[in-house]
Design a protein around this ligand. Structure first.
Ligand SMILES: Cc1ncc(C[n+]2csc(CCOP(=O)(O)OP(=O)(O)O)c2C)c(N)n1
Ligand SMILES: [Mg+2]
Length: 352
């Protein structure tokens, strides 16, 4: 590592006051409740999956600060391009939790984004959302809109051609983008040392001609401060910024993975000492903004919200097999309509 990641809060919650981003007490408490609610909603999803009530799930455990801190800096006019491990960003932006659960239950209607939210759908093909975001940045530039397009992706995405092409374009055309690499140090079982020989991901930005910064991704104030600065720069014509959020994936890659087969217990233990929520709680407590009453209120509100979201998501009828064929073409090409006819025929003979 060349320089240590940018930090506002040390691991024990001690703050560097000159770097505090100047949020109000309400703002700070909101950040806390968003992170705590994200964690509770994430743990609930794991349980749903284990009970057979959700198809598969990619846990966000450990990513709460980088997701919530960066999304908290967005304005409604900005655009967001998420990847598949972004629950905290969705919570912060106000996507109903029902939608997120529905999506992971296998119903793509969950990604029907309510009007007024400038969020694109989750991209599962690794890195494919980065060129989308840069294209959106270019469109904002043409339209002379003072808005930015922010994209999230993992460390694994940086080995894809899409990453390189998108960052090159962003640099050349000075698009209003904020590119956030959530470096959780693994792409499924591949450690980041096998992903790149560069000491940091942030430094890759200099080859594309723009600024790259490395943040402590478990420090919500560092993430907020850097994202806000990069967003302001993008909106005012200063071009793109790459932010590397240095963090750790505390859970399995997805519910189909068993990380104990390729990660050492000691590493996990080491990172659990850097828990992003714990750290922020210590900071708030020091400021007199956290006590047991506040905690119980946050947890109760989270439980209510989650209970309601589960009930709503489970009351939506399951998708029809035919739904596989819609949303791709306006007019279905003949080979697909043949396949659809064949599927309907099969379902008539062997109903589900
Ligand atoms: C183009 C493409 N190749 C492979 C996959 C299978 N795949 C899904 S997630 C993943 C690893 C992604 O790792 P990273 O970008 O670090 O994100 P993380 O899961 O760690 O958050 C892979 C290889 C995919 N979805 N898309
Ligand atoms: Mg990763």
């Amino acid at each position: 590592m060349m320089n240590g990641p940018f930090q506002v809060l040390a691991e024990d919650g001690r703050v560097r006051p000159e770097l505090e981003p100047g949020l109000s007490s309400d703002g700070l408490r909101k950040l806390y409740s968003l992170m705590a609610t994200t964690r509770a909603a994430d743990l609930k999803a794991l349980k749903l999956q284990r009970q057979g009530r959700m198809g598969t799930f990619a846990p966000s455990l450990g990513h709460e600060a980088c997701q919530v801190g960066s999304a908290f800096a967005l304005e409604p006019k900005d655009w967001v391009f998420p990847y598949f491990r972004d629950l905290g960003a969705f919570m912060t932006l106000g996507l109903p939790l029902k939608n997120y659960y529905l999506y992971w239950m296998g119903n793509e209607e969950g990604m029907r984004i309510p009007a007024g939210l400038n969020i694109f759908t989750i991209s599962v093909p690794v890195a494919s959302q980065i060129p989308h975001a840069v294209g959106c940045g270019m469109a904002l530039k043409y339209a002379k809109e003072q808005a930015a397009a922010l994209v999230y992706f993992g460390d694994g995405a940086t080995s894809e051609g899409d990453f390189s092409e998108a960052l090159n374009f962003a640099g050349v055309f000075k698009t209003p983008n904020v590119l956030i690499c959530i470096n959780n140090q693994y792409a499924i079982s591949t450690p980041v040392a096998r992903q790149t020989a560069a000491p940091t991901i942030a430094q890759k930005a200099s080859a594309y001609g723009f600024e790259g910064v490395r943040a402590d991704g478990n420090d919500v104030l560092a993430m907020f401060a850097l994202a806000r600065k990069a967003l302001e720069k993008a909106r005012s014509g200063g071009g793109p910024t790459l932010i590397e959020a240095f963090t750790y994936r505390m859970g399995n890659h997805t519910t189909s993975d068993d990380a104990s087969r390729y990660r050492q217990e000691a590493e996990l233990k080491e990172w659990s000492r850097r828990d992003p929520i714990e750290r922020f709680r210590l900071y708030l407590k020091g400021k007199g903004l956290w006590d047991e009453d506040f905690e119980s209120r946050v947890q109760k509100e989270a439980d209510d919200l989650i209970g309601k979201a589960v009930a709503e998501a489970e009351s939506v009828p399951p998708p029809r097999p035919e739904d596989l064929f819609i949303h791709t073409y306006k007019n279905m090409p003949p080979e697909l309509s043949d396949q659809l006819a064949e599927l309907r025929d099969f379902l008539k003979r062997e109903p589900r």
